[in-house]
Design a protein around this ligand. Structure first.
Ligand code: KIV
Ligand code: NA
Length: 272
């Protein structure tokens, strides 16, 4: 693939080879994943992962725009989706459009993502009708942590039908894909079979139409806690800490900088 897929290309992958995606917040990390991911999400998880916030509720439009711009500079083949932050879209379809259009115009994102099912269906339809492709996000929606009452599994038992209704509502409203976060495997499979758009799982099922993880989680860079659904493919945080410890020792023992890192007062004969 030479150019980024469009939201319709992502939608057309329903039932096919699984879609691959990760979050990214910076140019260098975006460059590393560009050739491997179908789309990259500038998630509002940036608030917790890079800014030390305790939840995603404090993330602002300005943060999403700055990180979106940085990620966009690192991508040439993957589509970029940017999260709409808390309180930037829930008030009304008009408010959502104003902020979604700003995110797309200022970052070059191909689509936005927002949290909510039935409650956000009208807003999704409003955006899509006006040129804003929308990825929905249902199940565990971290921006609603204060009404959900914690980061627990969503859609267990009698709540399953409500989750299915959310999925059907966002698909009918015109979302081109939907993230299913932290739902039982059997329910994720049921939803995947029931709706015409790709499901992107995180803590859901290998049967989803695609998967996403927070990149700092899967690289072992974010280690404050590890949800069950995270698989650590690397331990970069440990490696970074060991490197920093080595550096500090060498500085204190005057072993760094070494001869090869310092400059002579005059050019050597060979370079004259
Ligand atoms: O913000 C985020 O990282 C997300 C993904 C976990 C889907 O919304
Ligand atoms: Na998010």
């Amino acid at each position: 693939r030479k150019t980024a897929p469009l939201p319709d290309d992502i939608r057309a992958r329903k039932g096919g080879e699984p879609l691959v995606s990760l979050t990214a917040y910076t140019t260098p990390m975006a460059q590393l994943m560009d050739a491997h991911c179908d789309f990259v999400l500038v998630g509002d998880s940036v608030g917790m992962v890079l800014h030390g916030l305790e939840s995603t509720l404090g993330v602002t439009m300005e943060m999403m725009i700055l990180h979106g711009q940085a990620v966009k500079r690192g991508l040439s083949r993957a589509m970029m989706v940017v999260d709409m932050p808390f309180a930037s879209y829930e008030e009304s379809p008009a408010q959502a459009y104003r902020n979604a259009a700003r995110l797309m115009a200022e970052t070059g994102a191909g689509a936005v993502k927002l949290e909510g099912g039935v409650a956000m269906a009208e807003t999704i339809a409003f955006l899509v009708a006006r040129g804003v492709p929308v990825m929905a996000h249902i199940g565990l929606t971290p921006q609603s942590i204060n009404t959900l009452g914690g980061y627990k599994v969503q859609g267990r038992g009698v709540a399953a039908d409500r989750l299915l209704a959310d999925a059907e509502a966002v698909a009918a409203a015109g979302a081109f894909a939907v993230v299913l976060e932290k739902v039982p495997e059997t329910l994720a499979d049921r939803v995947t079979g029931a709706i015409p758009i790709p499901t992107i799982g995180i803590g859901a099922s290998a049967g989803c139409d695609g998967q996403i993880l927070v990149v700092d989680d899967m690289l072992g860079l974010f280690t404050a806690f590890k949800p069950k659904f995270v698989k650590r493919y690397a331990t970069l945080g440990e490696q970074a800490e060991a490197a920093i410890a080595d550096y500090s020792t060498e500085v204190r023992e005057r072993r760094f900088p070494a001869p090869e890192h310092v400059f002579a007062d005059t050019l050597p004969e060979s370079k004259k």
